[in-house]
Design a binder for this molecule. Structure first.
Ligand SMILES: [Fe+2]
Length: 198
């Protein structure tokens, strides 16, 4: 049993796991906090009831828990990952579900979204390469928000450039990767937020 797995066994609550994630990789922790808030905003924009939006918040917060088991040098690696490293990264949605489940998360919406957050509509995603109707709505919403945040949090460019580029990418991959209806609604929300910032 690795040190990290032993540590995981000694933690009882999922909120403590997030403290562990922050210690392991602050970037992933901060990304998870931003995704949680944006996913909740997205749910409210789609007129979900507040209780439903809170579930989406939790999904965003917990979605990358599986990265606790991905070594930090792999997470931070700039170049191409070798096969072993890539297999490890590809396993993080399954590990995330397993960790959440063994630390008291019972909500199937949350567990499924964690497991499916890198699946694409056309079946090219991971870990199971499921497609289309096999991918649940909350997983589809998370797929969009997760990708968007990853694209806009590269600090070397200005905010507006990053947002414009991220919107282009979402447009380009909608239908093949992202749910087209949800992508259009999400882009509307981002444009509204931009006006707010201006
Ligand atoms: Fe992820």
């Amino acid at each position: 049993m690795s040190i990290k797995t032993k540590e995981l066994h000694s933690v009882n609550r999922w909120s403590d796991l997030m403290v562990m994630l922050n210690n392991h990789d602050p970037y992933t922790y901060e990304h998870s906090c931003r995704v949680a808030q944006l996913l909740k905003d997205f749910a409210l924009y789609l007129h979900y009831p507040v209780q439903g939006a809170e579930v989406l918040y939790q999904i965003g917060y917990l979605h990358d828990l599986g990265k606790l088991l991905v070594p930090i040098d792999v997470l931070r690696k700039k170049g191409r990952l070798n096969n072993k490293e890539w297999e490890c990264v590809k396993g993080h949605p399954i590990e995330g579900r397993r960790i959440a489940e063994s630390h008291g998360v019972t909500d199937l919406f949350i567990l499924t979204a964690i497991e499916q957050h890198h699946e694409n509509l056309d079946g090219t995603g991971y870990p199971y390469s499921v497609s289309d109707r096999e991918i649940y709505t909350f997983s589809r919403m998370l797929r969009i928000v997760d990708s968007y945040d990853a694209m806009v949090s590269k600090r070397q460019y200005s905010n507006s450039m990053l947002i414009a580029h991220a919107i282009e990418e979402l447009e380009q991959w909608k239908r093949s990767w992202y749910d087209p209806f949800l992508t259009d609604r999400f882009i509307e929300l981002i444009r509204l937020k931009e006006i707010d910032i201006d």
